[in-house]
Design a protein around this ligand. Structure first.
Ligand SMILES: [Zn+2]
Length: 271
């Protein structure tokens, strides 16, 4: 995804003092973008929720489809919205991921990007296990339920981005704004580099869902150590799909918990 110019794109050239069609359109897009952004920022459309459909947005904003699309695209570029094929557009962050950060991350090698995700997500899993609310658990359960239902239905649409979404909820569950912003910027860099697809094609979906389920169980049980350990193993599996080098959990011996994660029951609510 190229860096979007959002509300100011497509105005073309102007001359004189008159208002061109392009300028008027640019203003409509800017107003529509601001209106959508305000609803997301205020929490009226909370993170994780689906925003109204395109026809509903046209009605709400009093503008045409192309204006709505451009406004949604502008907020997607900021990491606040994510349009998913045939499913609608979802709120991903209440604040824009810093554009500079997103652009900076895009310059790095995929192995380093996944490595950064590992560092962030291991910490995020620990923090989420310690601080998660019941609302966080509901979001994680809903995402896992959706991922599982799609696997069973053989529906592979947007399957690659499930991991980023699940991890984004965990990053936000920790409560830190910087962590959430970093995660959103990283998710955006992953999309730009096509990393979600690469990782999805290099890992087994059923295994990934099982790993998510175990991580969720640890977070639900406030098991900080297990949550971190499972997240490290999980992201290392992703790292293996983009790197030929041995990953950290293959190089070191991690202390296994007496309560082995492999013997823990699957979450009843996740199926
Ligand atoms: Zn994942």
């Amino acid at each position: 995804m190229a860096r979007g110019t959002g509300a100011t794109s497509g105005t073309g050239t102007t001359s004189g003092t008159g208002t061109t069609g392009g300028e008027a359109r640019g203003r409509r897009v800017a107003i529509a973008t601001q209106t959508l952004r305000a609803r997301v920022a205020s929490g009226e459309w909370p993170v994780g929720s689906r925003i109204p459909t395109e026809p509903e947005l046209c009605e709400l904003l009093g503008v045409g489809r192309s204006t709505v699309r451009e406004a949604v695209r502008a907020l997607a570029t900021l990491g606040m919205l994510e349009p998913l094929t045939a499913r609608g557009t979802f709120v991903r962050a209440a604040t824009p991921s810093p554009a500079l950060l997103t652009d900076s991350l895009a310059a790095y090698d995929p192995v380093e990007l996944v490595g950064l995700r590992r560092a962030l997500d291991v910490d995020a899993a620990q923090t989420a296990a310690a601080r998660r609310s019941s609302g966080d658990l509901e979001l994680l359960e809903a995402e896992l339920h959706d991922e599982t239902a799609r696997l069973r239905a053989g529906d592979s649409r947007d399957a690659a981005s499930h991991c980023s979404r699940f991890h984004g909820i965990i990053a936000r569950a920790g409560g830190g704004r910087l962590m959430a912003d970093l995660d959103a910027a990283l998710a955006s860099a992953f999309r730009t580099a096509g990393l979600d697809e690469r990782i999805a094609s290099g890992t087994d979906v059923a295994v990934r869902i099982d790993e998510h389920d175990r991580i969720l169980t640890a977070i639900r049980g406030r098991d900080v150590g297990i949550a971190a350990h499972l997240m490290a193993l999980h992201v290392d599996a992703a790292l293996r799909s983009v790197s030929h080098e041995p990953v950290v959990t293959e190089l070191t011996t991690l202390v296994a918990s007496p309560r082995s994660p492999r013997t823990r029951p699957r979450s009843a609510r996740a199926s």
